[in-house]
Design a protein around this ligand. Structure first.
Ligand SMILES: [Zn+2]
Length: 320
């Protein structure tokens, strides 16, 4: 960073707002209020150098991964449209090279909202289901999302994986089917030894699994375990939301996913209904994780859809 004093102030302000904004995001998501109505004027962008040419930007919405070097800038996700000028300012503080590519980890608006702004100067790359879902719009967590403008659509799509060769990096985007959605990619910065997980890994508590958009808890577990199997032990992990993490943090997360799923699976076997599981405080061990965006009861509903997808369990999580 060019100005260390400004950086300290930014860090303090951004820490406060990242908490406020996560809460605001959850409320807006669940109340069905358009993201555009959120007040972004006080959000500041915190820049963290992760390793090598890779940085992490936090503001409001999903974490942004950045590769900056002699060939230009590549960003992974771009938060909300109103933040695009501030994100551009933050990128200028890292490098004066042009933005070349934007990679979307998935289609949700808190990760792709800046696409229209950044797509004017860079090429947007994503899994084909990201383009399809942005193009079509539809309900996300009870919020009707409008079809995206043409400028906001990825112009390069892939089915399984693709690689961007810049800044001495091989930036690999690999599709992990049916995790948080059906279009999630995990991004591997292979030289800097950094992974951006998108929303397949978050640190705000129980995760949001967008079952209506092709997400699945079993798929999420399989995907995260696959990444852990591929990742070097000293890799740095950028979660979709939350602080920079380690493989140990992600191992803890996947253990929680498996344990809570197993608890619900055995309760279903015993003939218990979701209402009984909630009354019994089935997930008491993980109570602290149910105080954020996704409440414990909502996580039980999501797990029920995974354990017995064809039964009469609710088909989506709404965080009630
Ligand atoms: Zn998401």
């Amino acid at each position: 960073m060019k100005n260390p004093i400004r950086q300290v102030r930014l860090v303090a302000v951004a820490r406060y707002f990242s908490q406020v904004c996560l809460a605001a995001l959850a409320c807006h998501f669940l109340a069905g209020v358009a993201f555009a109505q959120q007040d972004f004027s006080k959000v500041e962008i915190k820049v963290t150098k992760v390793a090598g040419s890779v940085y992490m930007l936090e503001g409001a919405g999903g974490n942004i991964g950045v590769s900056a070097g002699e060939d230009g800038i590549v960003i992974v996700d771009d938060q909300f449209a109103p933040l695009a000028p501030k994100i551009k300012e933050a990128l200028k503080g890292i490098s004066d090279k042009p933005l070349k590519f934007v990679i979307n980890t998935h289609f949700h608006g808190d990760h792709t909202g800046g696409n229209a702004a950044f797509g004017k100067e860079a090429s947007i790359i994503a899994h084909e289901n990201v383009r399809k879902r942005l193009q079509e719009g539809g309900p996300v967590a009870g919020n009707e999302v409008k079809p995206a403008a043409k400028d906001a659509l990825p112009i390069i799509t892939f089915n399984d994986r693709t690689t961007v060769h810049v800044n001495g990096e091989e930036i690999r985007a690999i599709h992990f089917p049916h995790g948080h959605t059906d279009g999630d990619s995990v991004i591997f910065f292979t030289q800097a030894n950094v992974i951006h997980m998108g929303d397949d890994f978050v640190t705000y508590g129980f995760p949001f699994v967008d079952v209506r958009s092709g997400g699945s808890v079993s798929g999420l577990i399989a995907g995260v375990e696959r990444v852990l199997g591929m990742a070097p032990p000293d890799v740095k992990i950028i979660p979709g939301h939350g602080a920079l993490s380690t493989p140990a943090d992600m191992q803890k997360y996947v253990t929680m996913l498996k344990e809570t799923r197993a608890l619900v699976a055995s309760a279903v076997k015993e003939g218990k209904t979701p209402a009984q599981m909630k009354n019994d405080h089935l997930l008491a061990k993980y109570e602290a994780l149910g105080k954020g965006f996704i409440k414990s009861d909502s996580w039980i509903d999501t797990l029920c859809t995974d354990v017995r997808p064809k039964a009469d369990a609710p088909v989506e999580t709404r965080g009630r």
